[in-house]
Each structure stands twice: as structure tokens, then as C-alpha cells.
Design a protein around this ligand. Structure first.
Ligand SMILES: Nc1ncnc2c1ncn2[C@@H]1O[C@H](COP(=O)(O)OP(=O)(O)OP(=O)(O)O)[C@@H](O)[C@H]1O
Length: 504
């Protein structure tokens, strides 16, 4: 098959970091080519170099017969490279058609509404992607917004599509739809390069995989001739255990008690009378399809959202109306689902992010002044203990890869020795090594007799870690089931609101 994209010896460094070290990549016409690698391996940097967002220090890129020398994405787009970023770049107040043609209109002064709607209809038909051109983008689901981004790329006549972690933010149903879209594009001969951390997904949809490690390309393999285990080992450079082993444990007293809790957002009740307990030495998993009240529920427990009715008790004490600070002080740790928005201050250095909850007290401050040395010593110690890479406590949080950002949050919360850790989507977007690390930390907390409330949209994660599983649907707890005995199918039914029939 003909080569479409050829990347040779690309090197790209940032101050103190060699993000891409003589990287090579070869993408063939009509193939789905996965890029795998640990967090921080240099995948996004490489894609940004190909797309003209970063200028490489050295190396060359060729698209078909054209030698590319990009200095901006505009040139990359012109040459036929389209990229859909992890965080979409759409304008929510505009319609689908307006977003698609925005910036690519053919030199007209006035926006041609009717004509553009027609163009977008044709485009959607050509690429078999169902979408309403007149819908407002802000009203669309994440999956449909992604479709708009993909169509936008084809409106600009892309010959190659790059998808940066396209499934990280999607529900399982939306993932299926995206896979169908990708397969149809492949059958039309369009090459797709996509970054993913999900080995099963890579195995299922890609034709070839290029593995990156520490800024270098380690190997390119035919997908069908390899296994997820081999890919994991190749990525990490050591044997990775893909399955969690959880020793049996007898849970102790209740750490968290939630009783008939009602939480509203605006006029809508998002949580409708939920009751459950989390005990010492147990991981309680909350399973549910996104948008069913699970995140409002945990925000109410952490104190970020007020409760309309009901009670929350922590170690026997009523904390329903307590401040966030009080709840933190008495021993509730929290890993929020959006690490960049709620977990870190992106323009603060790592050392500052490590002490975000305690910077105002000893040993990090005295008489109102922050103390540099204790903060730096603490940050260095945590960076090492949690294997945060790079080990630069002065780096800005925004310059760290997603997995390493997550490790900083985990380190901060765990180091405070919480009695209850609420972990919302703790492994979203992380590589297998980092997932293993975080799962082990949650199991360590369990073994120490701490309580863990795990909220995840990943069923595998919930099923492998939880001692008990609560299933939430439309703001109500459908059931609480023992972790080791429930099947995927049963959880799937409950998550869609179908009650299980009682046996016997
Ligand atoms: N703008 C930047 N300034 C400084 N360092 C950066 C910048 N962008 C990336 N890096 C560093 O370059 C290295 C590679 O980062 P990159 O984002 O390419 O990794 P990745 O493989 O895409 O990781 P992830 O899977 O977590 O997204 C990391 O060490 C990261 O901290």
C-alpha cells in the first residue's frame, strides 16, 4: 500500500525535556494507525509537530510526494492534514453549519446560510455522518460535537485525519458510533492516525500500531499479529499486570453515610433520594451512564454543591451543611473528574499544586508567609514517591502530560492521609502503567482500612476494584450489589433503568 505520511527523525525539545527524540512514523493510505505510549511519551507533541503547531528542531515530514515545512496549522490544513484535538475547539453558540464553515468560507463578505447548510448536508452524506446542520453546537452531546469537528476537517479537504484520544470523553455508545465512522472513512481510503490508551480499542480498530516510549518510537507492528499484553509491555518496557488482584477483606464501621439525599441543579433534581454507606476497608463503586446524577452526588458529599434534603454523616458526625474546608480537614480527600478545571491550578508550579490544600499552615507557612524550603522538600518527596515525570517541581502543571497531572492530584490527596477518598474518574486518559499505579494506590488505602468511593464511567474499572457497586440511574440508586458476583450485563441493564428480576 502507498505511503501517505512519512515522518523522519523528528526531534522536538522543550526547556529541559526532549519530548521527541528522532521519531519515525510511516502511515499508509487507507489504514487506521494507532499511536500508543505512556503518559508523557511524546505522542501529542508529535501530532502537534505534524499539524504545524510546534516547529521541530530537526527532521522532515512528507505527505504523499510533498515535503512539508509547516510554521502554522493553516499551512498543515492547506496541505491536507486535519486534526481533532482532545478538547474541542467549537463555538457553542453557533450552529453546526456555522462551526464547520467558520474560517474556511470562500472569500465572501456575507455568511451564506442556505448555501452552507446545503454544503454541510452534502458533506455529512458523503462521509455517512448523521447531523443536523441547524442544531446549536452547545446543545449537542460530546459524541455529536466530535462529529462536527471531523466534518470540519473534511470541509477543509483533509487527506489525513489525526484524532488525539478521540474516545477519552465518550460514553460506550458514542465510542461504538465513532468506531463505525472511522471504519467507513477507512473504506473510503482515508488514512487515520489516532492516539489511544485503550488497548482493547486499539486492538479492535487499528491496522498497525506505533509504540512510543520516552520520546522515541520503539516499534511499529501489525495489530493482528500482537496482543494487548504485548503492546502494554512494549509501551512500558517491563511486564505489566493488566488485571487487578484484590485480596479479600472484611469491611469495618461506616465512614460515610448518605441518607435520602436530594441535590438540585437549577430547577432540576439531579439526585433523588439516594442512601448508601461506605465502610472502612472497602471500595464502594458508583456505576452509571454519564449525566445520571453521580457527579452532583459526589459534589454534594464534598460540599461543592448544596443538598436540598437528606443527611451526610462522616465518622458519625453530621456534615450536611459543613464547608468544603471543614470536610477536607476532618479527612475527606477528593480526586475530581476534571483534573485541569478542578484538580490543579494549571499556571502554578508543581510544588504549589502539591500544597494547594495546606499552603497556609505549618510547615508550609509561618505568620502568613509561605516557606520555600519545606514546600520544595515536600514536593520533591511526593514527586519521587508517586513517580511524577519529569521530576521538576518548578514545571508548570499545564506542561505536564495528563497522567502525570493526575499523579500530582493523587499524591496531594493521599499524602493528607484521608479517612475517605472520593475518586471520580481517576484513570481517565491514563496509560496502562499509570492506571496500574493508581489502582494499586486505591487498593493500598483499602488495605489500610480507609474508605474509597470510586465513581467511574468505565465498567471494567468499577467491576475489578469495587467490593460493592451502587448503580445510579436518573438520580436514583437502582441497586447495591456485591462486587465479585455481578455481571456486565446486569450492570448494563440497571444503568439504563431496567430493574433486575429477583431470583427464586
Ligand atoms: N508546551 C510544553 N512545554 C514544556 N514541556 C512540554 C510541553 N508540551 C509537552 N511537554 C513535555 O513533553 C513531554 C511529552 O509530552 P506529550 O504531551 O507529548 O506526551 P503524551 O505522550 O501525549 O502524554 P499523554 O498521554 O499524557 O497525553 C512531557 O514530558 C511533557 O511534560
Amino acid at each position: 500500500m502507498r505511503t501517505c505520511l512519512e515522518v523522519r527523525d523528528i526531534t522536538k525539545s522543550f526547556p529541559g525535556i526532549l519530548a521527541n527524540d528522532h521519531v519515525n512514523l510511516n502511515v499508509r493510505e487507507g489504514e487506521i494507525h494507532a499511536i500508543l505510549g505512556e503518559n508523557g511519551a511524546g505522542k501529542s507533541t508529535l501530532m502537534k509537530v505534524i499539524y504545524g503547531l510546534y516547529k521541530p528542531d530537526s527532521g522532515s515530514i512528507r505527505l504523499y510526494d510533498q515535503e512539508l515545512n509547516f510554521t502554522s496549522p493553516r499551512q498543515a490544513i492547506k496541505a491536507g492534514i486535519g486534526m481533532v484535538h482532545q478538547h474541542f475547539m467549537l463555538i457553542p453558540a453557533l450552529t453546526v453549519a456555522e462551526n464547520i464553515v467558520l474560517g474556511g468560507e470562500p472569500g465572501r463578505i456575507h455568511y451564506q446560510r442556505k448555501e452552507n447548510v446545503e454544503i454541510v448536508c452534502q458533506l455529512a452524506k458523503q462521509y455517512h455522518m448523521d447531523i443536523d446542520p441547524n442544531a446549536k453546537v452547545g446543545d449537542l452531546t460530546v459524541g455529536l460535537q466530535q462529529r462536527v469537528e471531523i466534518l470540519k476537517v473534511f470541509y477543509r479537504k483533509a487527506k489525513l485525519l489525526i484524532l488525539d484520544e478521540p474516545t477519552a470523553m465518550l460514553t460506550p455508545q458514542e465510542v461504538e458510533e465513532l468506531i463505525q465512522v472511522m471504519e467507513r472513512l477507512r473504506s473510503q481510503g482515508i488514512p487515520i492516525v489516532f492516539i489511544s490508551h485503550k488497548l482493547d480499542e486499539v486492538k479492535r480498530i487499528s491496522d498497525r500500531v506505533t509504540v512510543m516510549r520516552a520520546g522515541k518510537t520503539v516499534n511499529t507492528v501489525e495489530t493482528k499479529s500482537t496482543t494487548p499484553q504485548e503492546l502494554a509491555n512494549l509501551m512500558v518496557g517491563r511486564e505489566v499486570v493488566l488485571h487487578v488482584s484484590k485480596p479479600p477483606q472484611t469491611p469495618g464501621e461506616a465512614v460515610l453515610e448518605v441518607e435520602d439525599l436530594v441535590v438540585s441543579s437549577g430547577r432540576n433534581e439531579k439526585v433523588k433520594g439516594v442512601s448508601f454507606q461506605v465502610q472502612r476497608g472497602e471500595i464502594f463503586g458508583l456505576a452509571g451512564i454519564d449525566g445520571n446524577g453521580q457527579f452532583e452526588l459526589i459534589e454534594a458529599i464534598t460540599g461543592l454543591m448544596p443538598c436540598k434534603r437528606g443527611k451526610i454523616r462522616f465518622l458519625g458526625n453530621d456534615i450536611t451543611s459543613s464547608t468544603v474546608r471543614h470536610r477536607t480537614k476532618v479527612g475527606i480527600g477528593y480526586i475530581p473528574q476534571d483534573r485541569q478545571l478542578d484538580g490543579l491550578v494549571m499556571d502554578f508550579e508543581l510544588k504549589e499544586n502539591f500544597v494547594l490544600r495546606d499552603f497556609f499552615k505549618a510547615p508550609f507557612a509561618r505568620v502568613g508567609q509561605m516557606k520555600k524550603k519545606p514546600i520544595e522538600d515536600f514536593a520533591t518527596r511526593l514527586s519521587e514517591a508517586f513517580d511524577v515525570r519529569p521530576r521538576q517541581i518548578h514545571a508548570l502543571a499545564r506542561n505536564l502530560s495528563g497522567g502525570n497531572q493526575q499523579k500530582v492530584i493523587l499524591a496531594r490527596e493521599v499524602s493528607r492521609d484521608p479517612e475517605l477518598l472520593i475518586a471520580a474518574q481517576p484513570t481517565r486518559g491514563l496509560d496502562v502503567g499509570a492506571i496500574q499505579f493508581i489502582h494499586n494506590k486505591l487498593l493500598e488505602l483499602r488495605a489500610e482500612g480507609k474508605a474509597v468511593l470510586l465513581v467511574s464511567l468505565e465498567l471494567e474499572e468499577i467491576m475489578s476494584l469495587s467490593d460493592r457497586i451502587g448503580v445510579i440511574h436518573a438520580g436514583r440508586l437502582m441497586a447495591i450489589l456485591p462486587g465479585g458476583q455481578v455481571t456486565r450485563e446486569q450492570l448494563g441493564l440497571l444503568m439504563t433503568g431496567v430493574e433486575l428480576e429477583k431470583e427464586g
